[in-house]
Design a protein around this ligand. Structure first.
Ligand SMILES: Nc1ncnc2c1ncn2[C@@H]1O[C@H](COP(=O)(O)OP(=O)(O)OP(=O)(O)O)[C@@H](O)[C@H]1O
Ligand SMILES: [Mg+2]
Length: 268
């Protein structure tokens, strides 16, 4: 692959929160269309990496390039328009709104007509509204939530809310999709459905995807043809194929410090 296929480059990123070094000299390079995972014990700095990429946190040192251009100090709006979208570890839906309305809001974050046009309902505005409705329903269908379109987000079981978050993140037509623990709280069957879903949207939408996940079976399956980055205490501990990572003594040691995840890790 040529260098021009590189979509994202994190270069020597460091983040200090007061006395805590949450991220320490981390570099990572992603080719367009890849799906990679970012794993590591609790507090390793994984979510902070997503916060850096989406400009919610600024690095103490280092650089972030999207398609070869720096995206440091961009506003969240600009980041969204540049084609980066994410889901959140702690679900951030509008609980009183319906599933459909949550996705529709994401679609309106990139409005294509003015308020005045919307007010007088010009044919163009009406056409865009129809397109928006169609697109929102398509996105719900893509994550298998079409039958819940008019259910309030808060009334959906946890696993379905996570899928709704993915649909909402897709609404901004990203080129880079960041999924922060999409399988959190899911049982084995739900995890298997999620694997199929993420694989499907990766193939159909041709997104580049980074997935943070503690469910090792999900990570190993989704990255079987790519690679996994392992963070520990803010630093990159290892990068490799699922098999390399599972057999890496440093990685096993890092996970053994944390009982629950060590169990997940060895079980996969
Ligand atoms: N805004 C913040 N202010 C201060 N400290 C923070 C902030 N965000 C994260 N941290 C700290 O940085 C470290 C890394 O946190 P981060 O949330 O990135 O970990 P993580 O790998 O996502 O963990 P988990 O698997 O539990 O989600 C932790 O020590 C955390 O307490
Ligand atoms: Mg996290």
């Amino acid at each position: 692959m040529t260098a021009s296929n590189e979509i994202l480059s994190l270069r020597n990123l460091t983040v200090d929160f007061g006395g805590v070094r949450a991220v320490n000299d981390v570099s990572l390079s992603l080719q367009r269309g890849e799906m990679v995972a970012l794993i590591g014990p609790n507090g390793a700095g994984k979510t902070t990496i997503f916060n850096l990429i989406t400009s919610a946190v600024q690095p103490t040192a280092g650089e972030i390039l999207l398609n070869g251009k720096s995206i440091l100090r961009k506003s969240p709006d600009q980041i969204c328009r540049l084609g980066i979208s994410r889901t959140f570890q702690n679900i951030r839906l509008f609980p009183q709104m319906t599933a459909y309305e949550n996705v529709e809001l994401g679609l309106h974050s990139t409005p294509h007509y003015s308020l005045a046009e919307a007010f007088v309902r010009t044919p163009r505005a009406r056409q865009i509204e129809n397109d928006t409705r169609k697109k929102a329903l398509e996105l719900l269908e893509m994550v298998n939530l079409q039958e819940y379109a008019h259910a309030r987000a808060a009334s959906l079981p946890y696993g379905l809310q996570r899928r709704l978050e993915i649909a909402r993140a897709m609404a901004t037509s990203p080129q880079l999709l960041l999924l922060d623990e999409p399988a959190a709280g899911m049982n084995e069957d739900e995890c298997n459905e999620l694997i199929e879903l993420i694989r499907k949207i990766h193939q159909q939408m041709q997104y580049t995807i980074i997935i943070i996940e503690h469910h090792m079976a999900v990570v190993m399956e989704l990255c079987r043809d790519s690679r996994i980055y392992v963070l520990n205490l803010g630093s990159l501990l290892a990068v490799g194929s699922p098999q390399e990572i599972q057999n890496n003594p440093d990685v096993i040691r890092a996970y053994l410090g944390e009982r629950k995840n060590a169990r997940d890790f060895s079980a996969s």
